[in-house]
Write a protein that binds this ligand. Sequence first.
Ligand code: AMP
Length: 281
Amino acid sequence: MTIIRSISKMQKLSRELAAEGKRIGLVPTMGFLHDGHTSLIKRAARSSDVVITTIFVNPTQFAPNEDLSRYPRDEKGDIAKIKSAGGEVIFIPKATDIYPEEFQTYVNVEKLTLTLEGKVRPTHFRGVTTVVAKLFNLTRPDLAVFGMKDYQQAIVLKQMTRDLGYPIKFVIAPTVRERDGLAMSSRNKYFTETQRPEARALYYALRTAREMVRSGCKETSLIRREMKAVIKATCRTAQVEYIEFTHLESLKPVKQIAKGTICSLAVRMHGVRLIDNMKLL
Ligand code: AMP
């Protein structure tokens, strides 16, 4: 197990690995790892010789009113989990090394970032694409794995990878869920024990949507109404930020469910903002 904290050491190691003909798999994370993250590491390990997992709570993807300072951290626990998932290298850079003084170069994917999360969090994706581009440059992976859980993020990063010509195989891995369906997330730890069961509302709503589609309903307005009712019935105080139906690849909104439609939603409950999604057809 190799833990690297400096940029120059990371660059040196990735050059050496490439020179040895090793296939590098990359899994970028913000730490406080759970089984969703380790599933990505295992997926990367299946198709590469060395997996580099990065732990970096990226300040540029948080808006000033978001939870950067209280974002949970557990470096020791993370290292143990990465090790048991088969990750050989961990890169834990400092924010001042990723963003040195006078940093002024950003990567921006234009259209795909204007919908869904991008509407509510207008500066978020610019931070994500900038840091992932930098991580790609420092680690030089052959393969990178991202989670379906953050579907728009994965689509935006896939576009960036293509547009900037990175020779990287791009993998989107399935969402890992808790037993009650709640998508695993580092932010789930913000819930108290009594609040936590209500967080299954998002999954219940998505399942309702899938069942409606299976029984022939194609009207997104009807499905959205039902989903809102399911959320309110599970958590009375929940605030639905959005429930959107879009095409899988283009993220363009659809009115009628058709092949390749995905439903994405964001809900605020008990001060925690949750997102989830499900392919409907
Ligand atoms: P984060 O640490 O939240 O930035 O996530 C790092 C990576 O893990 C991203 O590619 C996420 O999409 C992915 N991820 C987060 N939660 C899950 C999950 N429940 N299942 C699968 N992948 C996930």
